[in-house]
Design a protein around this ligand. Structure first.
Ligand code: FES
Length: 147
């Protein structure tokens, strides 16, 4: 199986069975992300205790890539400190925007499949939608966009 096929399989699996697609009623942070290109919205919920993310979830309908990215983000950021989560956001944006920056698969795990969409510039906003919502939630902005 080629790397490309493997990445596609990971994205499809997470889009069909998204992890943590639910609200968090006692969320300490929440925000909506909006992709104006297609109109899709994802809302991200965080439960933060002692500056650490103890639960992270999302809701909303989007394409396979935005759903898979939200699902994988929820898995990979739960347990991180707020500082670490902000750092991951910044690194993710750099990796998505600059196809020349190498991806450390041991650090990014299955999220490398989402980062792989940077080969298709039209889908980068899909991959970053949930992440913009996350940043909005961390910054206390209820709405943010991929623009
Ligand atoms: Fe709307 Fe991908 S097509 S987020």
């Amino acid at each position: 199986m080629s790397m490309e096929d493997l990445y596609q399989e990971i994205v499809l699996e997470h889009s069909k069975r998204p992890r943590n697609r639910r609200a968090i009623p006692q969320a300490s942070h929440r925000a909506k992300g909006h992709n104006p290109l297609c109109g899709d919205e994802i809302e991200v919920y965080l439960k933060v205790e002692d500056e650490r993310i103890v639960d992270l979830s999302f809701q909303g309908q989007g394409c396979a890539i935005s759903t898979a990215s939200a699902s994988l983000m929820s898995e990979s950021l739960t347990g991180l400190s707020l500082v670490e989560a902000r750092q991951r956001f910044a690194e993710m944006m750099t990796l998505l925007k600059d196809a020349g920056v190498p991806v450390d698969a041991s650090k990014w795990g299955d999220l490398a499949a989402v980062i792989g969409v940077r080969r298709y510039p039209g889908r980068i906003k899909c991959a970053s939608l949930a992440w913009h919502a996350l940043q909005g939630a961390l910054d206390g902005r209820p709405e943010s966009t991929t623009e």
